[in-house]
Design a binder for this molecule. Structure first.
Ligand code: NZQ
Ligand code: ZN
Length: 400
């Protein structure tokens, strides 16, 4: 097991009717003037807006509203938010929405201390200073409510790049699963798939410690990750059959929150994260593509590309997530199980309604070289197996 540092400092208020409790938490952090960041308006329809503004009013907090953050938020929106936060002299940021709104709120919180937000992103340095961030989550998937990352798209340059830093982790986040009760199935499924891929990006770095006994070097972490994956699968299946299930909604929300809060990577050498880099290249070029749907197409293709380099962990995944049995002493059986696990993953994603290929969004072979170049411009690809341009081209082309 590799050395690691684990720090997840966000306080979570979880459960029914917890939204008003955010206001005293904000004042407890000394914040009296707040920029409140919203998306396109779903919060007006489900009562979240009223409950937040009533609570802020009661707590005596002055606030300025910044509306219209779109899915895959843009640099343009971040820059507009920074101007608003400065003009209002905001002492903190409250983001109310899904991952896009929370990421935009974090970027604004950091940006008020920067001369040029994008120039800073290009330095790839950790963020050292930001206004305190608070969040009310309305769509589970990204774990942005409990992590230190924000992903923003520079649309003219087709670059969807992240910043990170401990100061970006929300001080307090509210997760009230009730506010997700009316989510369209497509958004529920997309969030759940995204959360699964966060766990999987880390999981496949697991290495056998003792081929005889089947014990892995990161046994504890792999078992935790498998439990999270099985719970997300079970919760999605339950919600697909029974959309009103509060328990399934709550379990999905909690599992997704843990998917990318720093815990699932412990001891796993930073995870792999190729599929996310490729998805960011995809939705950086086509910002209308939902992040989780892009991953549903690309992740199984990455698995196909690399599974033969680490068949033991892929076979273990097949058995412990999808119930596929094999003989761990027989290399042929291990490889066959690894492949069945990939098919089971792809079938589950498409069974939940995710697209199966990139042509669904009009992506063609001529876009592939641009996406490959963009993906490599962010960083080298492939920690499990270093990947070259030909392999990455194949990952995209296989699912055209
Ligand atoms: O804008 P509104 O009107 O709120 O509608 C949103 C949006 O259209 C809607 N929605 C949210 N809550 C709802 C609701 N509709 C009805 N009822 C509710 N309760 O859902 C739509 C999608 O929202 P969005 O925030 O874009 O989705 P998601 O949470 O999947 O966030 C995706 C963004 O997060 C980034 C992605 O790249 C993408 O930009 N990620 C952030 C990460 C992080 N910070 O750690 C990691 C992830 O891997 C990911 O890259
Ligand atoms: Zn993701």
């Amino acid at each position: 097991m590799d050395n690691f540092t684990f720090c997840a400092p966000t306080k979570i208020l979880f459960g029914r009717n917890t939204i008003p409790a955010i206001a005293p938490q904000i004042t407890a952090h000394g914040v009296q003037r707040l920029l409140v960041v919203f998306g396109g308006g779903s919060v007006r329809r489900n009562g979240v807006y009223d409950s937040i503004t009533n609570a802020l009013r009661e707590a005596g907090i002055a606030w300025e509203e910044f509306w219209g953050v779109k899915p895959n938020p843009s640099l343009e929106q971040v820059n507009a938010g920074i101007v608003r936060a400065r003009a209002f002299e905001a002492q903190g940021v409250l983001a109310v929405g899904g991952g896009s709104v929370i990421d935009c709120g974090k970027a604004i919180a950091a940006g008020v201390f920067l001369d040029d937000y994008w120039a800073f992103v290009e330095t790839r340095k950790p963020v050292e200073q930001a206004l305190p961030v608070f969040a009310v989550l309305t769509l589970s998937g990204t774990s942005s409510e409990m992590n230190e990352k924000a992903v923003i798209t520079n649309e003219p340059e087709a670059k969807k790049w992240s910043i990170s830093g401990l100061c970006l982790a929300p001080k307090v986040s509210v997760i009230d699963p009730q506010v997700q009760a009316e989510l369209p199935w497509k958004l529920t499924a997309t969030g759940g798939i995204d959360a699964m891929t966060h766990v999987m990006e880390n999981y496949f770095r697991g290495r056998p410690a003792n081929p005889e006994s089947g014990f892995f070097r990161e046994e504890t972490q792999l078992q935790i990750n498998e439990a999270l994956l099985r719970s997300i699968v079970a919760s999605l299946n339950e919600l697909q059959a029974n959309p009103a299930s509060h328990d399934a909604r709550a379990n999905l929300a909690w599992a997704a929150c843990w998917g990318l809060n720093g815990m699932t990577v412990a001891g796993l050498s930073g995870g792999d994260w190729t599929s996310h880099a490729l998805e960011h290249a995809l939705s950086g070029l086509f910002p209308h593509i939902p992040h989780g749907e892009g991953l549903a197409v690309l992740f199984p293709s990455w698995m196909e590309e690399v599974h033969s380099f680490a068949p033991d962990i892929f076979a273990r995944f097949a058995r412990n997530v999808w119930g596929i049995q094999y003989d761990s002493k027989d290399a042929v059986s291990v490889l066959a199980a690894a492949r069945e696990g990939i098919a089971a993953t792809r079938n589950a994603f498409s069974g939940w309604g995710a697209p199966k290929d990139l042509s669904h969004w009009g992506v063609t072979a001529e876009h592939v070289p641009v996406m490959v170049r963009n993906a490599f411009s962010y960083r080298a690809l492939g920690r499990l197996v270093p990947l070259n341009g030909e392999q990455v081209t194949r990952i995209f082309t296989r699912v055209l």
